[in-house]
Design a protein. Structure first.
Length: 1211
């Protein structure tokens, strides 16, 4: 029936007609994730002008954040919409031009970050990966995280992921959607299964071959998970069609761990800092992070052969016509094991497939770029990624490796015009531009061409570089960068003659949410900052529309060229005041413009000249040959109608060329960075790159080459030592393939050069290399430094004011008084000889124990100079509670790693340090005390002391005089003297005693805060509350408080739940006693036996469920009282149903071998095994440990009921 309905819905959909506008953004950037977007009508002259500003903004709910990027969509020629989905699972559709809200809904409550203990995404986790729109059906698809059955909470094991399909613009569900991902096994290893609570869907969605593809990583690399690719059919009723695990058998940890908290799933998560999955034809590319399997070991392997553990891998995955995913090729860095150990995720960025029309050679048809936390940029052949250790000497068999200054999150972007560039932003550094070229053998090559004039934030979060052009026109390229500190920034995408990507002024925006890129519409840009959506653009009401952009093409120096501009008047213009140009090379004549009043509908033309005579060039700034020179021509008007702009911009550009040969070297300086002596880079050296170009129109001849010491002004020139074409300079600098005197370079040609630096000595090094030619002289400076490895020393502050560096590292606060705050620090110092980098930092974030500045201290990517230290503060914010409360122990972990050696063992890497932070929150002890100094009367709770049922405590003992100074301490002393084990204060002044709590059902949880009456002398403790509530304490030598709490529910079948599927809040397990065994009966339920979960459908029991670390058979039976069946699984999970679904089968009772978390004398199933009970008489051989089970259940190995597929979700 589902498939029939799905087919019917498909037939009802309109034919596949792409109704959207060419300026829409229907997914994150472009399918190839190249980051180049030519189609949004954005001109740098307009963007940088005064008219470009914030058109509207919208503020979301408190703690609402957008990690998913906005999308823009125009339906059937209508108005452009902007579609957003937030961390709170709120989906909105706005009119993109004015911000009017057109539709909104919450899919269901989001997952709570507090259920994780990972602070990478705070507060709420809902939609975090950018959705995708299918323009053929007006449907937007998105992955959302929440709890089973739409609950508002429920713990990590009860979390699920669903793919939603929403009709635009109404946001109504498409029939047969959403599709739940939980309950499915991996195609390549059925023992790997999808558990929504342990994974995070961060990369942007992609779509091909009728399926939506999503990628999943982890939360702070915690829990038992493996990275996965999931394919869901767009056809209603089909659902999940493929799931591919990044770590599988053989090679992955085996057997598959069943405890969700045990980190043995294999990992290799796909997160890519939110960058999308690059898509090309019928394949997708994904980049993975740290893993555990290491199937390749240290043995070279072809990328075309299968690999079961895809950690630190760029993978090429085929997607079949039915949506099935298979691995076809991969690249794994030769040092991937070290990367795993140092938490240097290759997968901190996605892969950018570069434009094949530009970035290609005769031997390589398509290039790809990725860059990770290990500070390396990998340029790959997309058709042959490189496998493992397939290069010379067991190195990487790839096109090029570029060393970055720091870790990179968010990925690379590109620009295919004007020679071709790609861009990336290391943490805390500039955004760098590398230009495409070929070496002397015709191989593809990139060299540093320039950088932005300002640096990025010194913490992770800078987004993917993105380039727009105005209709694909050279000279109009804008490089957009989002920064978590300084907001949205824009630069000219092509470096000027000094190697600078010139800034384009933008209106100020707040810091942008991490790992973003702008989404673009028609002449507009959309970003999200904290809980705001911001639209930037320029007014569209122009009084005159002119042709443009105007391109003068190639013009030689010494010449001039003219172009005609055609314009149409849109409204009455009372006067055309004149025209100006932003560049002196472009000239317009005011006398050629219309004079006097100009009526609407009038057309006119005027001429613009581009003057490249020597005088004009001398007057202009920053002119260099072979470059596109963009400018803006502004026409100024006085309008006869209000609301129209008085400035009409017209874009002009041209390319300067020289009639003679002209030598140009890029960049002017190559900084190799720092070489760590003794490291893996220390053996192979550092690499750099440069390009020698002839940007003139005549053949260029090299006439001489020499070098100088760069540290000595006026140093003499030295001849280059050649071996063939390999050049050796001084101070460790070499070039394997360099130009030689007599070599020629054709007009417009360029030669790329790989530069090397290596040394075994510490210090700073620099030389300048000069090349002479018949087309001029140019110089490039080569600089580098070298030092001994960084050494990390970690310590924690002590209460005495000192530092403790003992191992294992732990920050123990000891006893902390309730209502107080105590702050301590973790310190990492660099005692080595090179800069130290923090490669991993996962600070604790709890309600009472937390890092005080998790986004400002000990950050991933943070640099620590030689001899310097960095600090991270941790505080205990102990909540105020009443005196004589039981002590509360709290603990969390701060996970830290660096790229240095360990100060306590310098022969070893620092490695991941789990810094245990803990504290015991204690309360003031008052009243009579025990021998150990603790109070004899301990807090029991807040009870309604007077109710319709009568009093809880029956004897009031304080006199009128005592009531005037009543305290809990005085009351406890009076009750103790009278021999009563219970003492309670009420109405501030009254003291009551008793032997028993008459009405336990009047107990209220402390969280309700109903005992709030301050005692008369001050407000440090409460004496009861409004409506007769009593603050009640018990003598622990006469009253068992621990046993009392379970007794509150021992005779009641009423259970309190916040929502179906949510963990009960008042189920308390009985005290464990007796001998271990399978219980034949639990209340009205009888044991059926041990059963498997279904392998071809959902769970065997598909009613409500919960999980709890105090799980018992009795608590599960009570929870499922309204159902015919209940079953426990994996020690702590409880499931209910009125029937058994799927092909669940009977197995030997011994398979259910895990004891209950809340009662060590009962069995609560096992992984993928249900301890199954039913309301019905059954016959059970409870004394046998073999397979004797109920007659209501088939024998072991038989299916319980025919059904559809499934897999353990929480097992």
């Amino acid at each position: 029936m589902r498939r029939i309905l799905g087919a019917l819905v498909t037939l009802l959909w309109p034919a596949v007609v792409l109704s959207y506008a060419s300026t829409d953004s229907i997914q994150d950037a472009d399918a190839a994730q190249s980051g180049y977007l030519p189609n949004h009508n954005l001109d740098p002259n307009v963007v940088g002008g005064s008219s470009f500003g914030i058109l509207w903004s919208m503020t979301g709910a408190q703690n609402e954040v957008w990690y998913a990027k906005p999308l823009t969509y125009t339906q059937n020629g209508g108005r452009e919409m902007v579609v957003t989905a937030s961390n709170m699972n709120n989906v909105r559709v706005h009119d993109s031009k004015n911000g009017t809200l057109l539709a909104s809904r919450q899919l269901y409550p989001p997952f709570l970050q507090s259920d994780l203990g990972c602070g990478d995404i705070p507060n709420f986790i809902g939609v975090t990966g950018t959705p995708i729109i299918n323009p053929a059906t007006d449907i937007v698809y998105m992955m959302a995280k929440g709890y089973e059955n739409g609950a508002a909470s429920g713990g990590m094991p009860n979390c699920i992921y669903k793919l939603h399909a929403l009709q635009l613009p109404s946001l109504t569900d498409v029939p047969e959607f959403p599709v739940q991902i939980d309950g499915h096994n991996a195609d390549n290893d059925p023992t790997r299964y999808f558990v929504g609570g342990t994974v995070l869907q961060r990369p942007s969605l992609t779509s091909l071959n009728g399926a939506v593809i999503a990628a999943f990583g982890g939360h702070c690399d915690l829990f038992n998970y493996t990275g996965m690719l999931v394919s869901v059919s767009k056809t209603p009723g089909i659902g999940v069609v493929s799931l591919y695990a990044m770590a599988a058998s053989p090679g992955a940890p085996s057997p598959q761990a069943l405890d969700l908290t045990v980190e043995k799933g294999g990992k290799a998560g796909i997160w890519q800092s939110g960058m999308g999955l690059a898509t090309d034809g019928s394949r997708i590319f994904a980049v993975t992070g740290n893993g555990q399997g290491h199937a390749n070991g240290n043995v070279p392997a072809s990328g075309r052969l299968p690999l079961s553990t895809l950690d630190e891998v760029v993978g090429n995955f085929a997607v079949s016509s039915s949506g099935k995913i298979t691995l076809t090729d991969y690249f794994e860095p030769y040092d991937y094991v070290n990367m795993d150990a140092g938490d240097q995720d290759l997968g901190s960025s996605g892969l950018a497939l570069l434009d094949a029309s530009t970035f290609k050679t005769s031997t390589v048809s398509r290039l790809a770029v990725t860059v990770g936390k290990n500070s390396k940029v990998y340029v790959l052949n997309a058709e042959n990624l490189g496998g493992f250790k397939q290069g010379a000497g067991g190195t990487d068999n790839i096109i090029q490796t570029i060393t970055a200054s720091n870790s990179v999150f968010g990925g690379a972007g590109s620009y295919p015009l004007e020679g071709g560039y790609f861009y990336f932003t290391p943490v805390g550094d500039y955004t760098y531009a590398y230009k495409f070229a070929t070496d002397s053998s015709g191989n593809p090559f990139f060299s540093l061409a320039g950088k932005t004039p300002i640096t990025s934030a010194g913490r992770a979060g800078v987004g993917q570089p993105t380039v727009t052009t105005n209709g694909g026109r050279a000279g109009s390229a804008i490089l957009w960068i989002t920064d978590v500190n300084t907001g949205l920034r824009a630069f000219k995408a092509v470096p000027d003659s000094s190697g600078i990507l010139q800034s384009i002024p933008l209106p100020a925006t707040p810091g942008i949410n991490k790992y973003q890129r702008p989404a673009f519409g028609d002449g507009s840009a959309f970003v999200t900052a904290s809980n705001k959506i911001i639209c930037l653009g320029a007014p569209v009401n122009l009084p005159i529309t002119c042709s443009g952009p105007i391109d003068f093409g190639n013009v030689q120096t010494g010449g001039t060229s003219q172009q005609t501009v055609s314009c149409t008047v849109n409204v009455l213009v009372t006067k055309v005041n004149g025209c100006t140009t932003g560049d002196k090379l472009f000239q317009c004549d005011n006398s050629t413009l219309p004079q006097g009043q100009v009526a609407a509908g009038t057309t006119f033309t005027f001429r613009v000249a581009w003057n490249l005579t020597q005088k004009a060039i001398n007057d202009a700034q920053g002119v260099s040959y072979g470059r596109v020179i963009p400018a803006v021509l502004n026409i100024y008007t006085t309008n006869g109608l209000a609301g129209y702009s008085t400035i009409v911009p017209v874009s002009v550009s041209g390319t300067v060329v020289s009639s003679d040969p002209f030598l140009f070297m890029s960049p002017t300086e190559v900084d190799f960075g720092g070489l760590v002596i003794g490291s893996s880079e220390g053996s192979s050296g550092l690499t750099g790159s440069a390009v020698i170009q002839n940007i003139g129109n005549g053949t260029l001849a090299i006439t001489g080459v020499a070098w100088q010491d760069g540290n000595t002004p006026g140093a003499p020139y030295h001849n280059v030592t050649y071996s063939g074409k390999s050049a050796t300079f001084d101070q460790g600098f070499t070039v394997p393939d360099f130009v030689v005197p007599g070599q020629t370079i054709g007009p417009g040609d360029s030669i790329g050069m790989q530069l090397l630096f290596n040394t075994g000595s510490s210090g700073t090094f620099a030389i300048s290399v000069t090349i002479w030619s018949d087309g001029g002289v140019d110089t490039v400076i080569l600089s580098a430094s070298a030092g001994n490895p960084p050494i990390a020393s970690i310590a924690v502050s002590t209460s005495e004011g000192g530092w403790d560096n003992s191992v294992p590292t732990s920050l123990n606060f000891g006893n902390v008084r309730a209502g107080t705050t105590v702050t301590r620090q973790i310190r990492i110092c660099n005692t080595g000889g090179s800069v130290l980098t923090i490669t991993k930092s996962k600070p604790p974030t709890g309600p009472q124990l937390t890092a005080t500045n998790p986004y400002g201290e000990l950050l991933e990517g943070q640099k620590i100079d030689v001899g310097a230290c960095a600090f991270g503060s941790v505080a205990v914010y102990a909540a105020p509670v009443q005196p004589n409360h039981p002590s509360q122990y709290i603990n969390l972990v701060w996970v830290l790693n660096t790229d240095g050696l360990d100060a306590l063992n310098p022969s070893q890497d620092f490695g991941a340090h789990d810094v245990q932070t803990d504290a015991t929150i204690v309360t003031r002890q008052i009243g009579p005390t025990l021998a150990n100094g603790t109070a004899k009367y301990q807090w029991v709770g807040c009870f309604q002391g007077t109710s319709s049922a009568g009093r809880n405590l029956v004897q009031q003992v304080n006199t009128a005089a005592q009531q005037a100074n009543n305290t809990n301490e005085q009351c406890q002393t009076l009750c103790a003297a009278a021999g009563y084990p219970l003492a309670g204060t009420q109405y501030q002044k009254e003291c009551w005693c008793g032997n028993t709590i008459k009405h336990p059902s009047t107990y209220t949880d402390d969280s309700r805060n109903l005992c709030t009456f301050a005692w008369p002398r001050d407000g440090t403790e409460s004496c009861g509350g409004n409506n007769g509530y009593m603050s009640l304490y018990a003598d622990v030598t006469k009253f068992d408080i621990t046993a009392f709490y379970p007794s509150l529910h021992s005779t009641s079948s009423t259970l309190t739940t916040a929502a179906t599927g949510q963990s009960p809040t008042s189920i308390v397990s009985p005290v464990a006693s007796g001998t271990l065994g399978h219980r034949p009966t639990i209340g009205k339920y009888a044991l059926v036996g041990c059963a498997t979960e279904s392998t071809t459908g959902g769970r065997a029991l598909q009613g409500k469920s919960y999980a709890d670390d105090s799980m018992t058979l009795e608590s599960c039976a009570a929870f499922c009282a309204a159902y015919a069946y209940f079953g426990t699984e994996y020690s702590r999970e409880c499931y209910c149903s009125n029937s058994i679904s799927g092909n669940s089968a009977a197995v030997p009772l011994t398979d259910c071998s895990m004891t209950c978390k809340g009662n060590a004398f009962e069995y609560c199933g096992a992984g993928n095994r249900l301890e199954l009970y039913k309301i019905a008489p059954v016959v059970v051989n409870a004394t046998s440990s073999s397979s004797s089970v109920s007659t209501a259940m088939p024998s072991a190995g038989s299916s319980l009921i025919a059904g559809s597929s499934g897999a353990p979700r929480g097992a």
